[in-house]
Unconditional design. Structure first.
Length: 270
């Protein structure tokens, strides 16, 4: 983020209009009052850095085409199981070559030794974030955190942020205690944050104010929810305390993807 303009993402001021107003100022600070949103062809860096483009495709060429088209709006790209199974580490390296950060969403779950070794390999790739299954428990999560740090150190890189996935946004029936248990496990293991639904973000921030909170299942008003049973609009997620928003089909499946990205920004600052 710019040294000149910062947004307090972890403050305790609660949900009020100040945070949304700051984003609105960032978005329009270089535009005259007469310029409409449809004429803006990129998000400001401070907002772009908080948006992750979900590349839910199985072909790295198609993924890079999406990156080329949408990187003015997104600061990071999510490589999930579909793309990673198809292209492997090449997908990560290809996106990094385009100047975007990589959010590697693999939800690692195995015995601690295996997760630690996988983390060591991933730590050397240059990804900025890696997800691990929160239900794997403290030893497994800690092994992932330590593996990431070791691999990054050997490669001379900063370690990726380990993110524990609390509950999937498709899970609408999990008992209430599950969220707290998984956040506490992530804290004890040394993770840097969690992935959770927008409806859980405020509770996560209460338990772990320093955590990076990543919210997937983002949909603009009126767009299909698909299989995200606990989806949210960008404004709702941001107001709840989200630090990163993962956005996929609401933009990538649109007939005019750039226009959909612009509408996404509008829904945050309006």
């Amino acid at each position: 983020m710019s040294d000149d303009t910062t947004i307090d993402l972890n403050g305790d001021e609660g949900v009020d209009g100040d945070r949304l107003a700051s984003l609105e100022q960032l978005f329009f600070q270089e535009e005259s009052p007469e310029v409409g949103l449809e004429e803006v062809d990129a998000a400001p860096a401070e907002l772009r850095d908080r948006l992750v483009l979900a590349l839910d495709v199985d072909d790295v060429v198609e993924a890079i085409r999406l990156v080329h088209e949408l990187k003015p709006w997104f600061g990071a790209a999510k490589v999930g199981l579909e793309l990673f199974t198809s292209a492997g580490p090449d997908a990560v390296l290809s996106i990094l070559a385009e100047g975007m950060k990589v959010f590697l969403d693999l939800k690692l779950f195995d015995i601690p030794t295996t997760v630690g070794k996988a983390g060591r390999v991933i730590g050397a790739l240059g990804a900025s974030y890696l997800t691990l299954a929160g239900f794997g428990g403290v030893p497994m999560l800690r092994a992932g955190v330590e593996g990431l740090a070791e691999g990054a150190s050997l490669a001379g890189l900063d370690p990726p942020t380990a993110l524990a996935v609390t509950m999937l946004t498709s899970d609408t029936g999990a008992p209430e205690h599950v969220l707290g248990n998984r956040v506490r496990a992530a804290l004890e293991a040394g993770c840097g944050g969690v992935v959770c639904a927008a409806s859980d973000a405020a509770e996560v921030k209460r338990m772990a104010p320093h955590f990076i909170v990543v919210v997937p299942g983002i949909r603009t008003e009126g767009s299909p929810r698909h299989d995200h049973g606990r989806s949210a609009t960008p404004g709702e997620a941001y107001a709840a305390g989200a630090d990163l928003l993962v956005v996929g089909r609401t933009v990538t499946a649109a007939a005019d993807r750039s226009a959909a990205a612009a509408a996404l920004i509008a829904s945050i600052v309006s």
